[in-house]
Design a protein around this ligand. Structure first.
Ligand SMILES: C[S@@+](CC[C@H](N)C(=O)[O-])C[C@H]1O[C@@H](n2cnc3c(N)ncnc32)[C@H](O)[C@@H]1O
Length: 245
C-alpha cells in the first residue's frame, strides 16, 4: 500500500485533537529537561526540536529553553506556530537541512520513526550532531525498537470538540521482521454534528534494534548515555548523547 501521510497534510487539522498538549506531553518533556540538565556540558539555553510537528512538545519545553522547531510539513508547522507564537519555526528535512547555527541541545522525538532506511536514519543523526555546540546534548527516544515492537498492536483514542467527535484507530504491523521497516495504518472516524466520515492513512516506518541505535549514535560521534522513560503503560529507552568538545 502506498504511503499517504495525510495526518501531516490534508488531515493535519486533526492533530491538535489527538492527545492534549498541556497534559499528555508534559511528563515526557520534564524528563527531557532533566536529561539535558544532567548530561549537558554547557549551559543549556537554546533547544532545537527536530520533527516538532504541531508543537506539543515545544509548548512544554519553552518554559525551560529558547526553542526553535523544525519540520517537513507546512501544515504541522502552522499549528506549532499557533500554539507557540513566540518560538521560531523552520521548514526542512531532517536528513539534509543545515541552519548554519548551533544549539545547546537537540530533541528528536517520535518523528525519527519516519526514517525508514539505514542511510536516512544515519543522516538524521548527522543533522542533529551538526547543529550542536561542543558539550551540547541530543535527547532521542525510539517510539519502537525491534525489542519492543508488538505485532498487530492496535490502539484507539477518542476526542470531542465543538460538535466534532473523532476516533483514531492505529495499527502497527511488520510484514517482514527480517528487514528494518514496519507499517502504521490509521483509520479516522470523524463525526461532525453526527454525520460520519471515514478516512485512512498509511506509513512505512523504520524499526531498528537497540544495538543498531547504539552503533549509529556512536558512529555519528556521540558519547551515549542510556536510560528509561516510563509512561503509564509503556517504557521507552532514552538516549542522551553528548557531542564531544
Ligand atoms: C507525530 S508528528 C510529531 C509531533 C510532535 N512530537 C509534537 O510535539 O507535536 C511527526 C512529525 O515528523 C515530521 N517529519 C516526518 N519526516 C520528516 C523529515 N524527513 N524531516 C522533518 N520532519 C519530518 C512530520 O512532518 C510530522 O510533523
Amino acid at each position: 500500500m502506498k504511503d499517504t501521510c495525510r495526518l501531516y497534510t490534508d488531515l493535519a487539522w486533526l492533530w491538535p485533537l489527538w492527545g492534549d498538549a498541556a497534559t499528555e506531553y508534559a511528563h515526557y518533556c520534564e524528563h527531557v529537561t532533566s536529561m539535558i540538565g544532567r548530561y549537558a556540558e554547557r549551559p543549556a539555553v537554546d533547544l532545537l526540536v527536530i520533527g516538532c510537528g504541531g508543537g506539543k512538545n515545544v509548548l512544554n519545553l519553552k518554559r525551560d529553553f529558547k526553542v526553535t522547531g523544525l519540520d517537513l510539513s507546512a501544515d504541522m508547522l502552522a499549528q506549532a506556530k499557533v500554539l507557540n507564537p513566540e518560538c521560531t519555526f523552520v521548514r526542512g528535512d531532517m536528513r539534509t537541512f543545515r541552519l548554519h547555527r548551533s544549539f545547546d541541545a537537540v530533541l528528536m522525538d517520535d518523528a525519527i520513526t519516519h526514517m525508514n532506511t539505514r542511510p536516512d536514519f544515519l543522516a538524521a543523526f548527522r543533522t542533529a550532531h551538526a547543529h550542536l555546540k561542543p558539550g551540547g546534548v541530543l535527547v532521542v527516544t525510539p517510539d519502537v525498537t525491534m525489542e519492543t515492537f508488538q505485532q498487530n498492536r492496535t490502539t484507539t483514542a477518542t476526542a470531542t470538540r465543538n460538535g466534532l467527535e473523532v476516533v483514531f484507530m492505529e495499527n502497527v504491523y511488520d510484514p517482514d521482521p527480517s528487514d528494518e521497516q514496519f507499517e502504521t495504518t490509521i483509520v479516522y472516524l470523524i463525526r461532525d454534528q453526527g454525520s460520519l466520515r471515514i478516512e485512512r492513512d498509511h506509513w512505512t516506518m523504520g524499526i531498528f534494534s537497540l544495538n543498531t541505535w547504539r552503533e549509529v549514535l556512536c558512529e555519528t560521534g556521540f558519547r551515549v548515555h542510556e536510560g528509561f522513560y516510563r509512561s503509564c503503560e509503556d517504557e521507552y529507552t532514552v538516549f542522551t548523547c553528548v557531542k564531544g568538545r
